[in-house]
Design a protein around this ligand. Sequence first.
Ligand code: NDP
Length: 332
Amino acid sequence: QKQIQLVSRPNGTPVESDFHYKEIDVPRPDQGQVLVKTLYLSVDPYMRGRMSDAKSYVEPFKLNEALAGGVVGEIVDSQSEHFKKGDFVVGMLPWQEYSLASENAVRAIDPDVAPISTHLSILGMTGLTAYFGLLDIGQPKEGETVVVSGAAGAVGSAVGQIAKIKGARVVGIAGSDEKVNYLKETLGFDEAINYKTGNIQESLEAACPDGIDVYFENVGGEIGDAALSLLNKHARVPVCGAISSYNKTEEDLGPRVQSRLIKTSALMKGFVVNDYNDRFKEGASDLGKWLSEGKLQYEETITEGLDNVTEAFLGLFEGKNLGKQLVKVAEP
Ligand code: NDP
């Protein structure tokens, strides 16, 4: 079987030669372990951070070892009382076709409730990130203006829809006209802006005549600066990500927002989804309910084949995905 390893730490934007596909044996489970066949794996922007050796909230990936992330798979061999062959599970597993996992490291998922891939998208970490960042930190109220960047991506598209459920006026920022149309026509955003055409400051001002009450930050850089300049009194800014800086080789300076935060008594707060570990059940339950009621939609961009994982990952930094970028590795 094949395993994808990180063989050099990227300098700036990762390139294919930073990765290596290695042939390894399929392992056999010991007592308390299961063998998981990878069906879908998740590629995520945060993985870029783990490819560097800088200290962060998750350990760096080790060189010449497998990359790893969210995986949905099927149990094909079990030495655990809790799982049997044919069960579907989700967990953090290596990028390879078959993985050993301790019975405590994977969680069973029900394929009858929703497609199994959704446990890596709207019902998984992505949905939970949107849910807790927006509702716990952003706290949107009816009639308020919520702006989200990276709006047509996995987290952003969920943020905008949850803000709509809460009665807010929602403005999305994304990188193509096709994405802008998707946000307005399919997801029902009130306004959407293509940041690659025109002046972002002017477009955002025009889209937010009453200013911004919640800015959900996914990208940072000039887009973030423009949004922060329009904050209203008591605005809230959940800082989820800053993808525009992840491939920069020098520290990204700015924004100079201190005076705006003071003038508006605004709250800007960073978070990681794991801050909410003990409330995941609550989030998953609401997301599942909204999904079944048709109040929440989701998109998945699915790349086929383990051989294309790195290409799918790199595509995140070029905006090639609509909704959650996944890789389908095998059929159940
Ligand atoms: P997305 O599905 O949003 O994919 C990334 C998107 O970012 C691309 O599609 C692209 O869309 C946009 N993008 C890429 N480069 C730039 C750039 N230079 N400037 C502006 N936009 C850019 O990924 P996720 O939804 O998984 O993640 C979104 C953000 O949330 C990331 O910053 C990620 O790190 C963060 N995150 C944080 C978590 C946490 O716990 N704090 C958990 C999960 C994600 P476009 O075409 O619009 O440019």
